[in-house]
Each structure stands twice: as C-alpha cells, then as structure tokens.
Design a protein around this ligand. Structure first.
Ligand code: FMN
Length: 392
C-alpha cells in the first residue's frame, strides 16, 4: 500500500499549480467535473476581490485515472492560472532584461509572509515570497480535498461547512442538526439563514466603507465518522492534533476550536462532558447524550460528528494601507496594495472542508488500509461488526 501524501507546487501569478497525490486506492470513480464543482465553491463569497473574477478554476487530471477510475498510482493535477498571460515577463522562468517590468515589490505588507520570508530567503524582491505564500495555493488543496471527499464518501463520511461569525455578528444556530444546508450552499456568505446573511453582509459592507477588512469564524463538520480514527498512544497520532495542524495551515487562520472547546472553559465539568448511555440502535451499542467534545475524545473519533471551528483573521491588504517599510531603502512607506478581498471567511470554508477531508483520509487509510476501494470497504465492515461484542 502506498503511503498517503500530497505535494503542491506553483506561484500565484505563475503558469499554474501542480499537485501530486499518492495513496488514493484503486477503483474510485473520479472526473474533472467532480473536482471542478468544489473548486468553484472556493471562488464564491461576498467580499471577494478582483482575482476571483478572472480565475475560473478547474483541475486537469494528468495521471492516475483511467476510464473514470483511479488506478492506485499517483494522481497528478494541473490547475492553470488564467491570469498568467499578464505575468509572462514578471514571472518568467528564464532571465529577463533589466529594463523589463518585473513587478518588483519592496514594500512590506504587515501580517503577510513578506518580512520574515524576504530576509530568511535572502531575496531583494518581496514578490519572490508573496507569490508562493499567497492563498492561491489553496486552490490546489481544494482539488486534493475533493478527491479525498469522494474517497471518504465510500464509507459514508460527508463533510460540510458554514460561516458562524463575521466580525462581531454571530450565528444563533448552535445545533448542527438544525442547519439548512441548501441555504448555506446558496448563500453568498455561507450563512445558516437570511437573517444572518443580512447581518454578515452588513458588517462586510461597513468594513469596505471604512477601507479596511474583516475576519470571522467558520465551522467544518464531518458527518458519518466511524469510532476509532486517530489514536491515544503517541502525541503525533492524536486526531484532534492533526486536525488543528491542518486547519492552522490555511492562510490567515489564527485559531482552531474542537467542539465547544472555548465555551466549555466557562462552565463546570459536569455540564460539558458528553454522558454515554446504552443504545442498541447505534452501531457502537452506546451513544452520547450531547456532543460538546466535537466528536473527539482522547485523540480519537468517538463516532459523533466532528465539529471544528476555525478563526480567520481580517486580511492584511487594505485599500487604506497601514504604515510600513521599504525593505531595500529602509524608508517608512505605505504598505503595498494589490487587488484584494475584504472578507475571505466564506471562501475559506471549502478550504477547511478540504483540510478535514485530507486529514480524515490519512487516518481512514491507516485504520482500514487497502490498495483498492473494495479492500478498504471490507476492512471497514469487519471492524464495525466487531462492536457487536459489546453491550446488549
Ligand atoms: C481564501 C483566502 C483568500 C485570501 N485572500 C487574500 C487577499 O486577497 N489579500 C490578502 O492580503 N490576504 C489574503 N488572504 C490571507 C493571506 O494569504 C495570509 O494572511 C498571508 O498569507 C499570511 O499568512 P498568515 O495570515 O497565515 O500568517 C487570503 C486567505 C484565504 C484563506
């Protein structure tokens, strides 16, 4: 069995993004159209900047799939940057003439990779850093995530997301079973209902008027999760830790909460544990009365929905730029301004879904490992049937 792993390559205004994904088993149905649907979800959202009007992302499958089914060999993808035609000189692979406009940038944007990245890599052009540090790379992750979602759906796992706050406005729908997913999918801010949509868009409008940006919190939920993914034995096998790392790796994410993690700190212990009771209808033979833990206990999935809340900071690039410095001259200047989003929280949702799908695929493959979908499903069923040994 090939180890599950993936790599992305590519610059924001380069030719495009390349992906190599290994470890997806054979015989999974896959098409470019299926991946495209998820990629387009990353491009929608109230408060998006100009780039999204240019890019209409799709991923070309270059290998690893034959006649609509995965082969078990590495899957490679190519995502073209539609904006490349305007950047052929600035981002040329070959050396260019000194007089050419290479869109050199020497002004730092505070809150970006610009400052540490430029000094660390000994560059004299901040563009050498920002081109890769940009969230454009997450288009590749969404493509990988959509393949992972397809894989997970084979054992009944489904991943969804919504926005739960923008700025100071918060959702009033706490129970994930009460979410109208059709509304979320059609909402420009991925809100749960029209009232929230109005509140969220008002905040974004206000930020735009004040020539600044605004962040928020989105929620990713994994449904149909089998008990026992991840492990309690070693620190780096704990699933909550893996999820936190994968969410934190998303650009602009600054906080990750599993279940009611932060709220639970304000309550007594007897109010926040999820009491377990016998339940002959549940495949586990037991069930929890509540899900404050967000589906994870001791670094393992406990069979409940996995619920992750992800805090996204306001974007650093603003139409009214902050004071900053020129890295070469040392002068005090205004921070650079490139076409930018006002609020990217809704657009970050499909990226969060992708990261959860990628993380869950890794642990599902560890637990039910096999080379073909058929083998994995057999292993999965045999494992679930072992729960019959417990309870009544
Ligand atoms: C979907 C998405 C879109 C983003 N768009 C922008 C943008 O238009 N302008 C910008 O300055 N930052 C944008 N960011 C955030 C930056 O990529 C991020 O703040 C930067 O790379 C620094 O990383 P850090 O905030 O994780 O420390 C976006 C992030 C995401 C997830």
């Amino acid at each position: 069995m090939t180890k599950f792993r993936f790599l992305t390559a590519g610059e924001s205004h380069g030719m495009g993004l390349t992906v190599i994904l290994e470890g997806i088993p054979s015989n999974l149905s896959l098409s470019e159209e299926y991946i495209r649907i998820d990629m387009s979800r990353r491009q929608k959202g109230y408060g998006s900047g100009g780039r999204m009007k240019i890019e209409k992302d799709s991923a070309n499958i270059k290998s690893g799939v034959r006649h609509g089914k995965t082969l078990g060999s590495p899957i490679s993808l190519w995502i073209e940057n539609k904006d490349w035609e305007n950047w052929t000189t600035a981002m040329a692979i070959e050396p260019v003439n000194e007089k050419d406009d290479i869109k050199r940038q020497t002004k730092i944007v505070p809150g970006h990779a610009d400052f540490p990245g430029t000094l660390k890599y000994n560059h004299k052009d901040v563009r050498n850093v920002l081109e890769r540090a940009s969230a454009r790379e997450t288009a590749a992750r969404v493509a990988v995530g959509s393949i992972c979602k397809k894989f997970l759906s084979e054992i009944g796992i489904d991943i969804k997301s919504r926005v739960i706050s923008i700025g100071w406005e918060k959702t009033s729908v706490a129970n994930v079973d009460q979410i109208n997913w059709e509304h979320v999918e059609n909402s420009i801010v991925r809100s749960t209902n029209t009232r929230e949509e109005q509140l969220f868009t008002n905040v974004i409008d206000q930020a735009k008027k004040e020539r600044t940006t605004i962040g928020g919190v989105f929620q990713v939920i994994g449904f149909g999760i089998p008990l026992g993914l991840g492990d309690y034995i070693q620190w780096d096998n704990k699933l909550d830790g893996k999820i936190a790392q994968s969410m934190m790796s998303i650009n602009a994410v600054k906080g990750v909460e599993i279940g009611n993690g932060f709220n639970n700190t304000e309550k007594y212990g007897n109010l926040v544990q999820d009491v377990i009771e016998p339940n002959s209808q549940d495949e586990r033979k037991f069930s929890h009365k509540t899900n404050h833990a967000g589906g994870l206990e001791g670094g393992m999935s406990n069979g409940n929905n996995i619920i992750v809340n992800v805090a996204v900071k306001p974007i650093a690039t603003m139409t009214k730029p902050l004071p900053s410095v020129d890295i070469i001259s040392g002068d005090i200047v205004e921070a650079a301004y490139n076409r930018s989003d006002i609020c990217q929280v809704a657009r970050a949702c499909p990226i969060g879904e992708a990261m959860l799908a990628i993380t869950l695929s890794e642990v599902v493959l560890e637990k039910f490992g096999g080379d073909s979908i058929q083998e994995i499903k057999r292993n999965y069923k045999a494992y679930i049937s072992s729960f019959k040994e417990y309870g009544k």
